[in-house]
Design a protein around this ligand. Sequence first.
Ligand SMILES: NC(=O)c1ccc[n+]([C@@H]2O[C@H](COP(=O)([O-])OP(=O)(O)OC[C@H]3O[C@@H](n4cnc5c(N)ncnc54)[C@H](O)[C@@H]3O)[C@@H](O)[C@H]2O)c1
Length: 385
Amino acid sequence: MTRKTVRIAMNGVTGRMGYRQHLVRSILAIREQGGLDLGDGTVLWPEPVLVGRREHVLKAMAEKHGIEHWSTDLDAVLADDTIDIYFDSQVTSAREDAIRKAIAAGKHIYTEKPTATGLDGALELARLAQAAGIKHGVVQDKLFLPGLLKLKRLIDGGFFGKILSIRGEFGYWVFEGDWQEAQRPSWNYRSQDGGGIVVDMFPHWEYVLHELFGRVTTVQALTATHIPERWDEQSKPYDATADDAAYGIFQLEGGAIAQINSSWTVRVNRDELVEFQVDGTEGSAVAGLRNCRVQHRSSTPKPVWNPDLAATHSFRDQWQEVPDNQADGFDNGFKVQWELFLRHVFLDEPYHWDLLAGARGVQLAELGLKSSAEGTRLDVPEISL
Ligand SMILES: NC(=O)c1ccc[n+]([C@@H]2O[C@H](COP(=O)([O-])OP(=O)(O)OC[C@H]3O[C@@H](n4cnc5c(N)ncnc54)[C@H](O)[C@@H]3O)[C@@H](O)[C@H]2O)c1
């Protein structure tokens, strides 16, 4: 086996996503498993270079995990020819400029979503990347969740017949920050800092709907800022200017209708933090992050509406769990997508979760906000480079 080092500049690793999912659960996890076996006698060995604004935090993180290199100078890191890939999990508002520089420096790009704060910027990044001939990928982690993988298996196996509708319920209570610390960063609740649940979640809904059920052709959304005042990381009150809930309806190519509630102001009375119910002519399924249960038409009970009688059975018990059927279990979705991206870079394997796919997510968020502001249903035009 030959070991090939791949140097990855990781910008934004001090953040929630950058640290936990990308550094620890993906890149360091690949190192712990001995690298990524490319199957051609080569093992890829990822070497992260931590990039950020606060030197002492980067240094402490590097020491904790035995990482040799870190820097607060992004330009210097990008000028380093030994760096192969630029990864970005900074706050959304800082992303576009940094990726632009990294493309100009000839690095391959892997990035969190949303790729930019507007469609024009997102498309421009995709065009620049194509012109530069670099490889590029955008995180679309939900596709690699066990629950959604099981749902995809059901679709591929023809379980549903004709798919009629999808109901998504996403959300949980994010504390305001006064009497209990908020569990999400405060910039998420300020639109001037790139926050808002539409910008955060519609990019996810775009690729989930598109890949599983059909391209989104129209969007109609109503957003709300239910909690107008919150408390930040320094316990200071601030005006929450961004939407903290969005109620969206999406028409899909092929005729299915999706309705997805996204909310940081809802208390969970579900099995998982996100659940999608899919109803088809032959059967229905409810998929969450990890689990998926089904009800076939042959075992569908016949409820009769009668409010005078108490329900005699539990409707939930009439569903059947979809098995994992995966001997070694499901790996972390972020890591799975990183591995596919590294194979794309080094083996040229196909990879369609790219900056153009990322731009579709930004487009849906932009149109969702416009739809809410105008009180209209909007077409979602197909975009291309
Ligand atoms: N794929 C997913 O499921 C998922 C989930 C949550 C967030 N995200 C995305 O990941 C990105 C980071 O989100 P997060 O929740 O980790 O945020 P976070 O606030 O925890 O981290 C932000 C990172 O950006 C850095 N940063 C750079 N410039 C900054 C600036 N001007 N102000 C503040 N911080 C700055 C911070 O130091 C930190 O490392 C966002 O773009 C978000 O949309 C993706």
